[in-house]
Ligand binder design. Structure first.
Ligand code: SF4
Length: 343
C-alpha cells in the first residue's frame, strides 16, 4: 500500500493517521449495462431529464473488459452488485454474467425493478445461485406506483416477486427482499408496504430519498465522520470509470478507469486516497460532491428484535429482517455490507 503521508496535498500541520484500506474492495458495484425500462422521477440518472448527460453514461460494458475486471477482483471474492443505474435484468447474457462472477467465488446481490422477472428469469436466478435479489416496489396501490414510477403495473411487479419466491421454494438462496423509498407521493403507504410484505419475503427495506446531493429528511448526527463507503465499495461504470460513491450517477467524482489502470490501482490510487484524506481530516469542502451530503451517517445501525423481526435502523434506512429467514444473510452479503446498505 502506498504511503501517502508525504504527498504534496497532505498538510503537515494536520495530525493525520491514514485509516486502513483493503488492497481490493470487499464490495463492487458494476454497471454491466446502463439501460432501464423505467424512467422513475426519483432516479438520479433516468429521472434527471438531462438527455445529454444520460447519453454520456448509458451503454453496455464490453464482455472482454468485464472478464478482465472480474479476473482482477477475484482474489478478494467481493460481493458484487451487477448494477448501479442500469436495470440488471436487461444485461445481455445475464446468466453468463452471473456465472462469470459465481465461478470466481463472488457473491452476487442484485437490485431490480422487477418488471422483467419472468418465470424463465426467476428460474435462472435460482439455478445460477444468485445470493440476493431486492425488488424495488415503492407502493401498495397501482395509483401510487404510477406517481412514483410512471406506470401502474403493480400486479405485474408483485407477480414477479411471487414467481421468484416460488422458484426458490424451500432453497436457501436467493435472499429475497422488497424495498420502498419514501417520498411525498407514497409516504402514506409506507406502513402498509411493510405489513403487506413482511410475512412473504425475507427482508423489507424502507429508505429515505436522496435528492439534490443529500438525504433531506434524514436526521443527521452532529459529529461528522469519514464516509464508510469510501473504504468498502468501488462503483464501476460500463466504460470502466470508477467513482467514489454510487450516489454519483454522472461520474462527477471520477477517480480513474479500471479498464486502463486496473481496479486495485484505482482503489488504492492517489485520486481515491486524496478523497479519503480530505474526509479523515474534516476538509469536506475539498470534496464538493460530499460537502453537503449526510450519507456518511446512513449506515450506522441500531438493532432491535421483537415478534420474529430483526429491525436494523439507521438515520436513513430501516431493514425489517425475518428472523426465521436470516440463514441466507451470510458471508460477504453480510460482512461486506458492514457500513454500506446493509440489511
Ligand atoms: S458523503 Fe455522501 S456523497 Fe460522499 S461518499 Fe458518502 S454517501 Fe457518497
Amino acid at each position: 500500500m502506498t504511503d501517502w503521508s508525504k504527498a504534496p496535498w497532505v498538510d503537515p500541520a494536520l495530525d493525520w493517521t491514514p485509516m486502513p484500506v483493503p488492497d481490493l474492495p470487499p464490495r463492487v458495484l458494476i454497471d454491466f449495462a446502463t439501460r432501464c425500462n423505467l424512467r422513475c422521477p426519483m432516479c438520479t440518472v433516468w429521472g434527471s431529464g438531462d438527455q445529454e448527460a444520460i447519453d454520456d453514461v448509458k451503454g453496455v460494458m464490453p464482455p472482454d473488459a468485464a472478464e478482465r475486471l472480474l479476473d482482477e477482483l477475484a482474489p478478494a471474492r467481493p460481493l458484487v452488485q451487477p448494477n448501479m443505474y442500469g436495470e440488471p435484468l436487461l444485461i445481455p447474457d445475464l446468466a453468463g454474467t452471473i456465472r462469470a462472477m459465481k465461478c470466481r467465488g463472488m457473491e452476487v446481490a442484485l437490485n431490480t425493478n422487477g418488471l422483467a422477472l419472468s418465470q424463465a428469469v426467476s428460474d435462472m436466478l435460482v439455478a445460477e445461485g444468485v445470493d440476493s435479489v431486492s425488488v424495488s416496489i415503492d407502493a401498495v396501490t397501482p395509483g401510487t406506483l404510477a406517481l412514483v414510477r410512471g406506470l401502474d403495473r403493480l400486479e405485474a411487479i408483485e407477480a414477479g416477486v411471487f414467481r421468484l419466491l416460488a422458484a426458490r421454494g424451500r432453497a436457501l438462496t436467493p435472499r429475497i427482499s422488497v424495498s420502498f423509498t419514501v417520498q411525498d407521493t407514497n409516504r402514506h403507504e409506507a406502513d402498509a408496504f411493510v405489513e403487506r410484505w413482511i410475512s412473504r419475503v425475507d427482508c423489507v427495506r424502507v429508505g429515505l430519498l436522496f435528492e439534490n446531493g443529500t438525504f433531506p429528511e434524514m436526521e443527521t448526527p452532529a459529529e461528522r465522520r469519514p464516509c464508510p463507503t469510501l473504504y468498502n465499495t468501488l462503483p464501476v461504470f460500463n466504460d470502466g470509470t470508477a467513482t467514489i460513491c454510487c450516489l454519483d450517477g454522472f461520474k462527477v467524482t471520477d477517480v480513474g478507469n479500471v479498464f486502463e489502470q486496473g481496479a486495485q490501482a484505482v482503489w488504492t490510487g492517489e485520486a481515491f486516497a486524496k478523497v479519503r484524506y480530505f474526509h479523515e481530516t474534516g476538509q469536506w469542502d475539498k470534496v464538493p460532491f460530499c460537502t453537503n451530503c449526510n450519507g456518511w451517517a446512513q449506515l450506522s445501525f441500531e438493532e432491535t428484535e421483537a415478534d420474529g423481526i430483526l429491525v436494523r435502523r439507521s438515520p436513513q434506512i430501516v431493514y425489517y429482517n425475518r428472523v426465521d429467514r436470516l440463514e441466507n444473510w451470510r458471508n460477504k452479503l453480510r460482512s461486506a455490507h458492514e457500513g454500506t446498505n446493509a440489511e
